[in-house]
Design a protein. Structure first.
Length: 351
């Protein structure tokens, strides 16, 4: 009798955990459909979706072992609802090997982190060599610096990229095709920005957006906390966590406003659009959904394997290439360049 009571108690406890996990997972899937302004808690659920999916998988195994088929249906259905989200992180297809042999436009997006502020200019030149090797036609850089050592990057890049458009100081678009027009998009109360350039590709004009949205502020907060601790200031874990939460929440609100501005500019374009950049946000977030709009996520269309673009401890996908549905993606991948805390993202697009 005692053993039966324990089994019933365990089943009830796991059922409660299952219901909570399912509710949080489904809420997270739709958390990016509402603006974070006034909906911060709901919007932040999207950031724990991988954890919630993992919990549902473990619970499915538990119900399978216990042979509780009715309860097993709950995590199975929940995980099935997550398949579109999982597709933004991993694709089970092989990378197209003949994509570069097909006519089209090769686009790259790379947050170069000011080329590490190194003084020799080697990083900038090695990145250029990689773009040559990858046969890139259009390169969008964020956190760009035109000075590397005693050289201007715009001078050394122009042999391979004869055309360039500059946005704010840290934004640039390099192109092997003529640039007909460009515009800088400034965001209020921040140094982040966006830009676009109309590029003539063999008689067909494409509007290429390069965007860099507000950072999360987590790394800066941790750095400041460590600096204060080294100076013998008392910095408790609760204060650090509170500062991280505050900075992340503020960054999320900034990014949502910036995403609305970019989306408005995209909708105003009468030309096909390609959007590249460092969004500083994860798939299915409000920022991701807003900028994507009715466009196509290049990775979901033609990417392969697990996609992560941030090289730090948080191996997440925050850099993207989207395009109008009138265009077609051929390949999408990252390169393992280690000159920044981001990986460069490459996409071949058939016009």
């Amino acid at each position: 009798m005692g053993k039966l009571a324990v089994y019933k108690y365990m089943s009830m406890m796991f059922l409660v955990i299952q219901v909570v996990a399912t509710v949080f997972t489904i809420a997270g899937l739709y958390g990016g459909d509402v603006t974070p302004i006034g909906n911060t808690a709901r919007s932040m659920l999207v950031y724990i979706l991988p954890v919630m999916i993992g919990i549902n998988i473990l619970l499915a195994i538990y119900w399978l072992v216990r042979r509780r088929w009715l309860f097993l249906a709950i995590p199975v259905i929940t995980i099935a609802c997550c398949i579109p989200y999982i597709g933004t992180l991993v694709q089970f297809r092989s990378l197209a090997k003949d994509a570069d042999a097909t006519n089209g436009l090769k686009v790259a997006s790379y947050n170069v982190a000011l080329f590490g502020k190194e003084t020799s200019g080697f990083m900038a030149q090695d990145i250029l060599a990689e773009m040559r090797r990858q046969k890139v036609d259009v390169l969008c850089m964020q956190e760009y610096s035109n000075i590397s050592g005693d050289k201007k990057n715009s001078d050394s890049y122009k042999e391979y990229f004869p055309y360039m458009a500059k946005g704010r100081e840290d934004m640039v678009i390099y192109s092997r095709h003529p640039i007909k027009a460009n515009k800088t998009i400034l965001f209020d109360y921040t140094n982040n920005s966006a830009m676009w350039a109309d590029i003539d590709v063999k008689g067909k004009e494409i509007r290429v957006f390069n965007i860099h949205l507000q950072t999360t502020g987590i790394n800066r907060t941790l750095h400041q906390a460590a600096k204060l601790q080294n100076q013998d200031y008392d910095v408790s874990n609760s204060r650090v966590l509170s500062a991280i939460f505050g900075n992340y929440t503020m960054g999320m609100l900034f990014r949502s406003s910036q995403a609305n501005i970019v989306a408005s500019e995209q909708r105003a374009s009468e030309k096909p659009v390609i959007t590249c950049g460092d969004f500083n946000d994860v798939p299915y977030s409000y920022v991701y959904n807003t900028v994507l709009g009715n466009m196509v996520d290049g990775f979901k269309e033609c990417g392969s394997g697990w996609m992560h673009t941030f090289r730090g401890k948080k191996a997440v996908r925050i850099d993207y290439i989207f395009h109008s549905s009138s265009l077609k993606g051929l390949s999408y991948y990252i390169s393992d360049l280690t000159y920044s805390d981001h990986y460069p993202v490459f996409m071949k697009i058939a016009l």
